[in-house]
Design a protein. Structure first.
Length: 536
């Protein structure tokens, strides 16, 4: 059952919701974290780029003014122009320090007010004391050395020093506040980061629990149910609670289980029917065994008596009666012999697969040699030439007696149904897939393609008995032997000029001499004696 036939959220919908929640949490956490990082960057910028450089500039400013005051006082007292060097250097340093302080003073009112008080005090000291004292000393006016002027200058410079102290205190306060804010921002960043990590861990746990409850757990439960069914417990009902897809899959599996139970029930019924048929077949085989016994004993004995007495009549009274009586006696003798042959062939046909010594590895070369030895009289009488493939014929698993009978029937038919030409029988073998294919070809009278299936029917003859003797059971017997060995036999209608029979046997083992067998497989002549034909 598909998920669409059930209620509840599907796996895709649940995953979409989880991903949406995760994306929302990630977005919120990112905004908070970025905000904290931005605050941290702002506070760091205030400390590093503004307050700290301003504090250094304030110290530089103090040093510059001290240099100016020292230079002015030394120049006024000694009149030595060398004292003006630190004074000039201090003025230059003062301008640089002021330039560094002015941006922060412009942004921060408190620092700006302290900076303004410093600037006013410094300007007053320079314009009222420093510059006039230098000018008067250069002009040779000794008034700059008076105690009153020096006291006034020191007082004004103390005001400058006090304004610088105030400015530095303000900068230190600002730096302390900025460092505290920086530390708080850093702590906030760490707090947000930890909270984000905890949030993600919690979200992961929630997702894992949700997936385990709705997906993983039901899948494990379903796997256990299926494993139990696979182990043979078909009575258990498959029912799993979870997402619609898994519930639908469980219902489908349960439906399959019910179908299997139905099939097993039907199979049991079929097995019962087969068992009944087997019993009937066993009874029929027993009847066949009884028939074979009767045919081999009870029927043979009267036939032997009839044939024997007919032969006695033929020997004793031949020529004493008229020609018609002799003909009747000959018919009786021939009929009795034919009846014996038919019974013997029928017994041989019925014994295939029922009386066997079991399968064993057999070298087809030795099997063919034995069959040729059994046919030695017919081969010598006809002058037939037997040809086999180059190298060793394959080794197959089979019953020796049956395979000898198989080759004996095929080679015997090839010799019997010879034409006007010198009879040649060709035997070839090769590998095709997982089987050996053996071909027995001759240059005899051949068989029309329309009789390709009919010739394997028991007692089926294509020729008059007066032309070719036999009961018509040979090819039927050959077919039954091949099929008993798990193979098949057929007439190769693609080959003209005689008859070519091919049969397939499962692979047992083969030598390197086996080759692929085609319709025109190359064949060579070998001696036709039994001893030589059994050699490679």
């Amino acid at each position: 059952m598909s998920a669409s036939r059930r209620g509840g959220l599907t796996l895709r919908q649940r995953l979409a919701i989880l991903l949406g929640i995760s994306a929302g949490v990630l977005t919120i956490a990112s905004v908070i974290l970025f905000s904290a990082l931005a605050t941290l960057a702002t506070q760091r910028e205030a400390v590093v780029a503004d307050i700290h450089p301003a504090a250094l500039a304030a110290r530089d400013l103090r040093t510059a003014l001290v240099d100016q005051e020292t230079g002015v006082r030394g120049f006024v007292i000694t009149g030595d122009p060398d004292f003006l060097t630190p004074y000039d250097r201090g003025q230059t340093a003062e301008l640089v320090a002021k330039a560094a302080l002015e941006p922060l003073a412009a942004r921060d009112p408190e620092i700006g007010a302290a900076f303004e008080r410093f600037r006013l005090a410094a300007d007053a000291w320079q314009s009222t004391f420093a510059v006039p004292s230098v000018e008067q000393t250069i002009a040779g006016d000794p008034s700059a050395e008076s105690d009153a002027v020096q006291v006034q200058g020191r007082g004004m410079f103390e005001e400058v020093r006090a304004s610088i102290d105030e400015l530095e205190l303000e900068l230190d306060s600002k730096r302390t506040d900025a460092v505290d804010a920086l530390n708080q921002a850093a702590a906030r960043v760490w707090t947000v980061t930890i909270c984000v990590l905890i949030g993600f861990v919690a979200l992961g746990v929630v997702i894992a629990v949700a997936l385990n409850r709705s997906v993983t757990g039901p899948i494990v439960q379903l796997a256990n149910e299926v494993r139990g069914i696979a182990e043979g417990d078909l009575s258990r009902t498959v029912a799993v609670e979870g997402i619609p897809e898994i519930e639908g899959l469980a219902e489908d599996i349960d439906a399959m289980r019910l179908q299997i139970l139905g099939e097993i029930e039907r199979l049991n019924q079929v097995n019962l029917a087969v068992g009944a048929q087997a019993v009937e077949l066993a009874r029929s085989n027993a009847d066949l065994e009884q028939f074979a016994y009767v045919a081999s004993h009870d029927l043979q004995e009267p036939l032997r008596k009839i044939a024997g007495f007919c032969q006695l009549l033929e020997r004793r009274y031949k020529g004493q009666l008229d020609d018609r009586a002799d003909e009747y006696i000959a018919f009786a003798v021939d009929g009795a012999k034919r009846m014996q042959d038919l019974i013997n062939d029928l017994l041989s046909f019925s014994r295939v697969g029922r009386s066997t010594d079991g399968f064993e590895p057999l070298d087809l070369s030795a099997v063919i040699a034995e069959s040729l030895d059994n046919l030695r009289s017919a081969i010598d009488e006809s002058g037939a030439e037997i040809e086999v493939t180059v190298g060793e014929l394959p080794t197959v698993m089979g019953d020796r007696r049956l395979l000898v009978a198989l080759f004996q029937n095929l080679i015997g038919n090839a010799v019997k149904f010879r034409g006007e030409e010198h009879p040649i029988v060709q035997i070839g073998a090769g590998v095709e897939g997982d089987s050996f294919v053996v071909a027995v070809a001759d240059n005899g009278i051949g068989i029309d393609e329309e009789y390709a299936q009919q010739i394997f029917t028991i007692f089926q003859r294509l020729h008059n008995r007066t032309d070719y003797e036999g009961t018509g059971i040979g090819l039927a017997l050959a077919k039954k032997i091949v099929e008993f060995h798990g193979g098949s036999i057929w007439l190769d209608a693609t080959v003209t000029g005689g008859a070519t029979f091919r049969f397939r046997l499962p692979v047992g083992s083969r030598s390197d001499g086996g080759a692929r067998l085609g319709a025109d497989a190359p064949l060579v002549s070998v001696p036709s004696t039994a001893e030589e034909a059994s050699s490679p």
